[in-house]
Design a protein around this ligand. Structure first.
Ligand SMILES: Cc1cc2nc3c(=O)[nH]c(=O)nc-3n(C[C@H](O)[C@H](O)[C@H](O)COP(=O)(O)OP(=O)(O)OC[C@H]3O[C@@H](n4cnc5c(N)ncnc54)[C@H](O)[C@@H]3O)c2cc1C
Length: 201
C-alpha cells in the first residue's frame, strides 16, 4: 500500500496462482467486501499497464462515510481479497485516432493511465494524447511522477486544473506552465484545443 494523498492510496495485489488479469484498456474489476455483516460490491479500475503479469494495482479514494471505504481502511498487508472481472473497457487500437483528449477528475484518472502507457510503450503508435487532470491542489495530483514521465513523450501533453490551489507561483517550475487554477471552463478548453495538433476547429 502506498499513500498518495490524505484519503487515497495505491494498492498492489498479487494475482492468485501467479496468473494475469488479462485486462483490456479501461476495464474495471469488482471488489467484494463485508461491512457490519452486509455484503458490498464496488468497481475499481486497475492503473497498471494492461500486460502486467502476476499483479494489478488500484488507486482508491476512501470516503468518510463510504461503506466499502470502511472495509478498505481495515486492510493490512498480506490480506486476501475477493475480486471478479475484468469488465467494461474502452475500444482502442493503435493509430485508430489522430488525437485523444482525456478529461479526468480525481480518481477518474485511473482508466486513463493504462491507455496512456499503452500508447507511449508502442513506438509504432503515433496517436497524440492530451490529458487534462483535475485535482483540488498540487499535493492532490495522483501519480505525479508517472504523469511527468509520460508528459516527456513527444506525443503527450498533460495539463493540471487545480480548483483550490492558491497561486501558480507556489508550484514547482516544471508544473507552472501546464497548470491552470480554477475549473475547466470554455476558455481553458478552447486554449487546450487550440494547442492540439490534429483538431479541426
Ligand atoms: C466503473 C467504475 C470504476 C471505478 N473506479 C474507481 C477507482 O479506480 N478508484 C476509486 O476510488 N473509485 C472508483 N470507482 C468508485 C467506487 O466504485 C465507489 O463508488 C467508491 O469507492 C465509494 O464507495 P463506498 O462504498 O466507500 O462509498 P458509498 O457507501 O457508496 O458512498 C459514496 C458517497 O456517498 C457518501 N455517503 C454514504 N452514505 C451517506 C449518507 N447516509 N448520507 C450522505 N452521504 C453518504 C459517502 O461519504 C461517499 O461520499 C469506480 C466506479 C465505477 C462505477
Amino acid at each position: 500500500m502506498e499513500r498518495l494523498t490524505g484519503d487515497t492510496n495505491l494498492y498492489r495485489f498479487e494475482v492468485a496462482r501467479g496468473g494475469s488479469l488479462r485486462l483490456n484498456l479501461g476495464q474495471h474489476v469488482v471488489l467484494r467486501g463485508m461491512v457490519n455483516g452486509l455484503e458490498v460490491q464496488r468497481a475499481y479500475t486497475p492503473v497498471n499497464p494492461v500486460n502486467a503479469e502476476n499483479y494489478f494495482e488500484v488507486l482508491i479514494k476512501c470516503y468518510k462515510d463510504g461503506l466499502m471505504s470502511q472495509y478498505i481502511k481495515s486492510w493490512r498487508e498480506g490480506d486476501v481479497l475477493f475480486w471478479r472481472g475484468p469488465f467494461g473497457g474502452f475500444p482502442y487500437g493503435p493509430n485508430q485516432y489522430g488525437q485523444l483528449l482525456m478529461l479526468a477528475s480525481g480518481t477518474g484518472l485511473a482508466p486513463m493511465l493504462p491507455i496512456l502507457q499503452y500508447i507511449t510503450e508502442n513506438e509504432e503508435d503515433e496517436t497524440f494524447v492530451t490529458l487534462i487532470g483535475c485535482f483540488v491542489t498540487f499535493e492532490n495530483i495522483y501519480m505525479r511522477s508517472l504523469l511527468q514521465d509520460q508528459a516527456r513523450y513527444w506525443n503527450v501533453k498533460i495539463f493540471y486544473v487545480l480548483s483550490k490551489e492558491a497561486s501558480l507561483e507556489e508550484l514547482p517550475w516544471s508544473y507552472r506552465e501546464s497548470s491552470h487554477l480554477g475549473r475547466i471552463n470554455r476558455d481553458f478548453l478552447r486554449s487546450v484545443l487550440d494547442s492540439c495538433s490534429c483538431v479541426a476547429l
